[in-house]
Ligand binder design. Structure first.
Ligand code: DX5
Ligand code: ZN
Length: 216
């Protein structure tokens, strides 16, 4: 059984509240909230006010916030205040990683750290004991609807082995091109949480898509 975190980047923003409610009712454990600043990635998505509104409408949801931005240290607080449950940022963003993790924790959120496809997953290892979640990107961050990169599977496996060897409770999450075809190999490699955008919100029946991914 996998946990599913539907990426709302692929939702219909004109009906965001009802789209989110539908996937939560279908059993999704989290909502994946992709924040892009047009600098760290070549795209701009949404920011603090949209999270605040969603949190007001759906206060019990777990908000899995994925910051693809240059300066997560500055923006951790506004996202935490807007309702983030977990804040993941990128090792490649150039911030002070330890200070940012400490800040996220001090704000009362769970901590996550991610690597892009061409960054070694071993770079996450020094931080694993401070993490609630480690995120392996299986596409270049910036856009939904890209093709899954199979190179992510070895990284998931290496992460899983290291977490288990050290007896840590950090979750392994995979994000990008995950669907009913690519998801099983991710779970097999050791992923706990599957992020899925187009495979859920682009499906004719998003609730069935969530149920299918959860059953992997
Ligand atoms: C990509 C985002 C992903 C994206 C996933 O930069 O981090 O969360 O929305 O979308 P799909 O599942 O369509 O690849
Ligand atoms: Zn994401």
């Amino acid at each position: 059984m996998a946990m599913v975190s539907p990426s709302i980047l692929s939702a219909d923003f004109a009906h965001l509240g009802s789209d989110c409610r539908a996937v939560l009712d279908a059993g999704a454990q989290m909502l994946h909230y992709d924040v892009m600043d047009g600098h760290f990635v070549p795209n701009i998505s949404f920011g603090v006010p949209v999270l605040k509104s969603l949190h007001k409408a759906l206060p019990d949801a777990f908000y899995d916030v994925h910051l693809m931005i240059d300066d997560p240290l500055t923006y951790a607080e506004p996202f935490a205040k807007a309702g983030a449950s977990l804040i993941t940022f990128h090792l490649e963003c150039g911030c002070d990683t330890a200070a940012t993790l400490a800040r996220i924790k001090a704000l009362g959120c769970k901590t996550g750290l991610s690597v892009k496809p061409h960054t070694s997953v071993q770079a996450l290892f020094p931080y694993l004991d401070q993490l609630d979640l480690a995120l392996v990107m299986s596409v270049e961050p910036g856009f939904g609807g890209q093709k899954f990169m199979p190179m992510a599977l070895d990284k998931i496996h290496a992460l899983r082995e290291e977490i288990d060897r050290r007896g840590l409770s950090c979750l392994v999450e995979v994000d990008g091109g995950v669907d009913a075809v690519t998801g099983p190999a991710c779970v097999e490699a050791g992923a706990d949480v599957l992020v899925a955008g187009s495979a859920v919100f682009g499906a004719a029946d998003p609730a069935a898509a969530v149920a299918g991914l959860k059953a992997l």
